[in-house]
Unconditional design. Sequence first.
Length: 250
Amino acid sequence: MAEKINERAAATLRRTAAVQAASRARRIGGNVHSEAPADGAAPAPDTAPAPNTVPVSTPKPGPRPSPVAHSGTEARAGDVREHAIRSVRARAWIAAIAAFVLVVGLAVADVALLQDRRNRPGTAEQRQRVVAEVNQAVATILSYDYRHLDADESAAASHLTGTFKDQYLASMNTTIKKNAPPAKAVVVGEVGTSAITSVSGDGTQAVLLVLGQQTVTNASQKTPRYDMVNLRVTAQLVHGTWLVADLATL
């Protein structure tokens, strides 16, 4: 009897120890194992979870790049490079042509400016040239002969410019060509002296004071008559030649 009581007490103690162990394992997340199974009971299967591990899946190899696609990509890259090279060369040629045109343009402009400066009345020689050309022009404008009015008109018109040229031609057609032939009028203009009174800032226009005379003969005037003329002449530089742009009596 005493032996059976002792065995039961020992079994109770083992079960109590197993329960306490299981309770401690649950609190700390450990595995639960019975330290001693009950008498005659089969050991409980181990249902504890496996140690913490992260499942790793082996990646499957992807498809290999197609050799054809690779060669196509290289071809496109080559086309892009060739296009870029052609663009750079084209831009270089355009820049070179533009630079050449600029140089030629500057050279032409420089020659034109140099020629224009030579024609401007900035020095004594140039002022003398202005005076000489204007004197010749005024003498021609003041002259005409009833025997060759058309030639006189053309000669005078070659020394005129602007609206004054139109006024001169109108006067010749409406007055001189009608009255000079019946009167057999012959007028010879001469310039005694002249001087430049002002020059424009750009040197292309000059104003001169001209003193001269006209010798007049006609059918009723056998003895020549001398008419004094005092003129203010505006001269304009046109293509390297000084032309009369206005003429007014004083």
